[in-house]
Design a binder for this molecule. Structure first.
Ligand code: NAD
Length: 286
């Protein structure tokens, strides 16, 4: 099989470049600079890296970014107070609370308090509901990035059998709704699914989001299928990053596959940036 490797780094760079050009125009013609506020509570090293990457992406595209780095001892009420201020600030178009939050903070209360029109992560129930009934809103960045990867690689979605492995609120479920919106025939599988290899083998497009290193082996995949690997796992033997898909053995059977790293991962931040731009545009008309 002539397997095409989908280059998420390249596609995400293209999206960021398109946004950079549109942003320069928005600033010069309308005097509006998209602005993202990022809130980090505590000192989690991985979260610090994610926040820094988001700041860097803003800088590269020409957005304003505001980073709030709060101590781990911050209370739910203190966090709500800051979000309230950002909700009311007309200069701010996107508000993102970096997860996970320290365990004493009421995460659900915090996420639901973000103004849905600034919820660029797409986690607010209003945005999830909008996606469900096909209305305008913000879509969770990782699944939105996967749709871009497929479209920009020329993969046809309409009418295809798509099997999604995993039903989390941030990946599996919104992914299913987006594939449905693109007219795929969608099956959502999970840890209680019977005969997962058999179900996956029917699929033209397999999207794996389970969080288990190399769980999806060649036995799950039909010859010529498109395989999208969302997983980010640490290989215990080598210490390197790996996906949910056993890449070496699966890739030769696929028409298209995403690698880990360099596949889905870079798209998440690109789509966050796109959501932030879209928010600035929507707020101009508001
Ligand atoms: P999660 O733990 O919230 O959900 C995992 C899902 O997989 C559950 O619905 C569960 O039912 C299902 N599952 C678990 N074991 C299974 C099995 N053996 N067979 C079938 N289904 C099974 O995880 P998540 O937040 O959706 O993330 C999934 C993976 O994607 C993780 O590795 C995570 O790090 C990665 N991720 C990557 C990005 C990115 O930007 N690339 C973004 C989010 C998540």
């Amino acid at each position: 099989m002539d397997t095409k490797i989908i280059d998420g780094k390249l596609i995400s760079d293209q999206i960021k470049e398109e946004l950079r050009e549109k942003t320069a125009k928005l600033i010069s013609e309308k005097g509006v600079t998209p602005c993202l506020a990022v809130i980090l509570v505590g000192e989690d090293p991985a979260s610090q890296v994610y926040v820094r990457n988001k700041e860097k992406a803003c800088e590269k595209i020409g957005y304003k970014s505001m980073a709030y780095k709060l101590p781990a001892s911050t209370s739910t009420d203190e966090l709500l107070e800051l979000i309230d201020k950002l909700n009311k600030d007309k200069e701010v178009h996107g508000i993102l609370v970096q997860l996970p939050l320290p365990s004493h903070i009421d995460e659900k209360k915090v996420l639901n308090f973000i103004d849905p029109s600034k919820d660029v992560d797409g986690f607010h129930p209003m945005n999830v509901g909008a996606l469900c009934i096909g209305e305008e809103g913000f879509v969770s960045c990782t699944p939105a990035g996967i749709i871009e990867l497929l479209k920009r690689s020329g993969v046809e979605i309409a009418g295809k059998e798509c099997v999604i492995i995993g039903r989390s609120n941030i990946v599996g479920k919104p992914m299913a709704l987006l594939m449905l919106r693109e007219n795929a025939t969608v099956t959502v599988t999970h840890s209680k699914t019977k005969d997962l290899p058999g179900v996956c083998k029917r699929a033209d497009i397999v999207i794996a989001a389970i969080g288990k290193a190399k769980a999806i082996t060649a036995d799950y995949i039909k010859e010529g299928a498109v395989v999208i690997d969302v997983g980010i796992n640490r290989n215990e033997e080598t210490g390197k990053l790996c996906g949910d898909v056993d890449y070496e053995n699966v890739a030769p059977k696929c028409s298209y596959i995403t690698p880990v790293p360099g596949g889905v991962g870079p798209m998440t931040i690109a789509m966050l940036m796109k959501n932030c731009y879209d928010s600035a545009i929507r707020h101009m008309g508001a």
